[in-house]
Design a protein around this ligand. Structure first.
Ligand SMILES: NC(=O)c1ccc[n+]([C@@H]2O[C@H](COP(=O)([O-])OP(=O)(O)OC[C@H]3O[C@@H](n4cnc5c(N)ncnc54)[C@H](O)[C@@H]3O)[C@@H](O)[C@H]2O)c1
Length: 243
């Protein structure tokens, strides 16, 4: 299948977890895939992506100079960016009373300002081409809240407002802006959660399993495809029926 044949896709946070599964699926579907992540280009994680015919650039989504210089490189090589997946995200959980300003700002900086920085660089390229798909990773916890995650939930809820507003601005240029809201997905991020929290979460999932990175990659694929051209300002919840 070649749903994304000839498309160019940038995936932030694509070196592991959901982002890596998405990069792999997009490549299989014929896209030129450029992964932006914070691992050094010499790291075995990133060399693996390159071995599988993807392009890797070390780009921290909070550093605008890195975004700018990689964008220039991507345009020089591929001439366009059809798809932007704002997938990079972090958690730094603390109950609010114990949360430092630094912890608050760090999570907002990567999860929300990161999406701003990257979208700011790529949107003009899409506008010029008259085509684009921008999809950002929210989270079920941006809708339901979660203990110890005021910073994370705020960042993920904010991405929904950001995307809905931007969708209204850029639809006329052939660009759609949507959000994916994963539920409980087994990745390195969730591996850090305490066992009792994991078990409690599992008990609340009607399909009685946690999600896989591929479950989310296929959601990204639909929203990134030409078939989703009338989907704009939407949130795709993929959570096994919790919400
Ligand atoms: N795993 C889940 O259950 C779950 C649930 C809901 C939402 N999400 C969201 O999905 C996205 C992917 O999550 P995941 O579980 O695959 O996480 P992960 O931690 O496995 O992967 C996140 C990737 O983002 C990268 N990253 C972190 N900071 C970065 C920065 N400043 N610049 C560029 N890259 C950076 C990391 O290096 C990593 O490769 C995140 O936005 C996360 O919040 C995950």
């Amino acid at each position: 299948m070649n749903t994304l044949q000839g498309k160019t896709a940038i995936i932030t946070g694509g070196a592991r977890g959901i982002g890596k599964a998405t990069a792999t699926l997009f490549r299989q579907q014929g896209a030129h895939v450029i992964v932006w992540d914070i691992f050094p280009e010499s790291d075995s994680i990133t060399r693996d992506l390159v071995k599988n015919n993807m392009t890797y650039h070390e780009v921290d989504v909070t550093i605008t100079e890195q975004i700018r210089s990689s964008t220039t490189e991507v345009i020089d090589r591929f001439g366009k960016v059809d798809i932007l997946i704002n997938n990079a995200g972090i958690t730094q959980d603390r109950t609010f009373l114990k949360m430092s300003e630094e912890t608050w700002k760090k999570v907002i900086d990567v999860n929300l300002h990161g999406a701003f920085n990257v979208t700011k660089a790529i949107l003009p390229v899409m506008k010029q081409a008259g085509y684009g798909r921008i999809i950002s990773a929210s989270s079920i916890n941006g809708f339901l809240g979660a203990f110890g995650q005021t910073n994370y939930a705020a960042s993920k809820a904010a991405l929904v407002g950001f995307s809905k507003a931007l969708a209204k601005e850029v639809g006329k240029y052939g660009i759609t802006v949507n959000v994916i809201a994963p539920g409980f997905i087994a990745t390195d991020m969730t591996d850090q959660m305490p066992k009792h929290v994991l078990e409690q979460a599992l008990g609340q999932i009607p399909v009685e399993r946690v999600g896989t990175t591929e479950d989310i990659a296929h959601g990204y694929l639909y929203l990134a495809s030409e078939n989703a051209g009338f989907v704009n300002g939407s949130v795709l919840h993929i959570n096994g029926g919790v919400f």
